[in-house]
Design a protein around this ligand. Structure first.
Ligand code: COA
Length: 202
């Protein structure tokens, strides 16, 4: 296996533009200016949205909904694609590669610690439909939920679903295609549907 030097990974992580083919110098200046104007416009449209320093957003692929609550995003994050809904609190250096749904629906919140990776196609929503009763439609039964907390330095794999009310400890890894229905301890590696701990990071 080819080892990628850490310095190179860090550089690519920090600069959203580096994920594209490098642009010639004058075009890079114009592109930077356009990005800044789009960011200002975004913040004007969403007074409850806060975005930290050096956070890169792939405009067009990331959508924000703040009508149910605020969204706070820390410094040096990378938001590649997804639907982000308030109430959502994201720490520093968090990468969101893709989220079908990431965030709350008013009453409940989602909190993500520093340095966590969210892989493509994840579904992290702190509320869900009640469905146990036959005598009423699912629509009539309404919603239930609980805050979701994801620690620092976690890796949430591709296609993962996290149930409402779940806490994922610092440093935990959730394998691809897992459905997390119970709390996951710190530094655990959990896989499957429902997710089970198969080991711990050393
Ligand atoms: C969870 C993960 C990190 C485990 O990696 P690992 O520590 O190298 O584990 P292994 O590959 O040695 O697998 C250990 C066991 O777990 C099983 N396993 C691993 N990942 C699994 C998964 N996602 N779902 C179900 N079982 C899984 C393996 O089949 C193996 O089972 P066995 O012992 O019965 O043979 C990795 O499999 C994974 O899912 N990574 C996420 C990839 C991803 O989403 N990438 C997106 C890019 S950001």
């Amino acid at each position: 296996m080819v080892e990628i030097p850490v310095a190179q990974i860090d550089k690519e992580d920090r600069d959203p533009a580096s994920l594209h083919y490098p642009l010639p110098f004058p075009i890079r200046i114009v592109a930077g200016l356009i990005r800044r104007i789009r960011l200002r416009w975004l913040l004007l449209r969403h007074p409850r949205l806060k975005i930290g320093r050096k956070t890169g957003i792939w405009f067009g692929d990331v959508r924000f909904t703040t009508k149910w609550g605020e969204i706070q995003i820390g410094d040096e994050c990378q938001l590649i694609s997804g639907n982000l809904l308030g109430r959502l609190f994201i720490g520093n250096r968090v990468n969101v590669l893709g989220a079908i749904k990431l965030g709350g629906s008013g009453k409940y919140s989602v909190t993500i610690g520093d340095d966590t990776w969210i892989a493509p196609n994840v579904y992290i929503c702190p509320s869900t439909h009640k469905c146990r009763e036959r005598s009423r439609t699912i629509r009539q039964q309404g919603l239930q939920g609980g805050d979701i907390r994801i620690g620092s330095d976690c890796w949430i794999g591709v296609n993962v679903v996290i149930s409402p009310g779940i806490t994922i400890g610092d440093g935990a890894v959730i394998g691809a295609n897992s459905v997390v229905t119970k709390d996951i301890p710190e530094y655990a590696i959990a896989v499957g549907a429902p997710a089970r701990v198969i080991g711990y990071r050393e």
